[in-house]
Design a protein around this ligand. Structure first.
Ligand code: A3P
Length: 299
């Protein structure tokens, strides 16, 4: 098994077929997963398709959740990568059956909505925060990441075709987004649906405050007076996180041989314009329109 499979990403079409014979395929998706995860009513899950802003959203959710515990001490985000602070259900050992009492009830996953552990979907209390991103930028980001992960020049055109056909880890992209979008319309109090682009353009801190409210930890007047929302936004900004030693040179996912810096590339909107041909961009836009247009979701 190649390393790619260990995190549910394949770059070869044939491998997808081989892999699907070996791994459970649930609702048409295949991936390694925590079958028996038992969600608790106060759990919060950061959910996303890979390369849509998971690392950023983990950092924000973690900084919001721990602002009272950390107090005057420096944030753990200054010395730990966001992925270390918020474990993935599918990659990290999450001891859900005998939880450490100090375990923050904050987890992350790339698992599609319909395939989430039942206890998450059925729990009345726990909450989901989903981030999505323009699939054109998502694809470009994914391609760069795969190149680093496999340490080879992944064929851009072939990977593009696979992405459009829905053959990506945790994919298809559009089904992933649609699953969470529909669920968020049905249960807006339980599922917060965010867009990377909106958050990037947010100059008045709307989304930091929205996240805190949704997580039942709204900023108090005193915290507002101390400009905590801005401090959290700045702490989690691409510029700040990507310049930290831990995120430049350390390897949290050492078994995949990938440096933390691979999760911080450009952090911009519209970098696809530097990589996709006009035809490629039109192809992705057409699929988005076909799959998501009638649901009122636009990028
Ligand atoms: P680019 O490759 O376009 O730069 P994920 O965290 O889901 O793996 O997504 C990675 C993408 O999010 C990368 O996009 C990365 O640069 C960007 N990113 C990482 N940290 C960010 C931050 N703090 N703010 C905005 N974007 C960030």
């Amino acid at each position: 098994m190649s390393d790619n499979y260990a995190i549910g990403i394949s770059t070869k079409e044939d491998d997808h077929e081989e892999e699907s014979k070996k791994k459970p395929s649930i609702q048409g998706f295949w991936f390694p997963y925590q079958e028996h995860f038992e969600a608790q009513p106060n759990d919060i899950f950061v959910c996303s398709f890979p390369k849509t802003g998971t690392t950023w959203l983990k950092a924000l959710a973690f900084a919001i959740s721990t602002r009272n515990q950390v107090g005057l001490k420096p944030s753990p985000l200054l010395t730990n990568m966001p992925h270390e602070c918020v474990p993935f259900l599918e990659f990290d050992p999450v001891h859900h059956d005998k939880r450490d009492p100090d375990q923050l009830p904050l987890f992350a996953t790339h698992i599609p909505y319909d395939s989430l552990p039942k206890s998450i979907i059925e729990s009345a209390g726990c909450k989901i925060i989903y981030i999505c991103r323009d699939p054109k930028d998502t694809f470009v980001s994914l391609w760069y990441f795969l190149t680093k992960l496999t340490d080879t020049e992944v064929c851009f055109e072939k990977e593009f075709d696979l992405f459009c056909q829905g053959k990506s880890g945790f994919g298809p992209f559009w089904d992933h987004v649609l699953g969470f979008w529909k669920a968020s319309l049905e249960s807006p109090e339980r599922i917060l649906f965010l867009k990377y682009e909106d958050m990037k353009k947010d100059h008045n801190l709307f989304y930091v405050r929205r996240l805190a409210e949704f997580m039942n930890q709204p900023f108090t007047k005193e915290e507002e007076d101390k400009q905590l929302p801005k401090k959290i936004m700045d702490l989690c900004s691409f510029g700040n996180l990507s310049s930290l030693e831990v995120n430049k040179n350390e390897k949290y996912f050492a078994e995949f041989g990938i440096k933390n810096s691979a999760f911080f590339r450009k952090g911009e909107i519209g970098d696809w314009k530097n990589h996709l041909t006009k035809e490629m961009a039109e192809t992705i836009d057409r699929i988005s329109e076909e799959k998501l247009g009638t649901c009122g979701l636009k990028f």
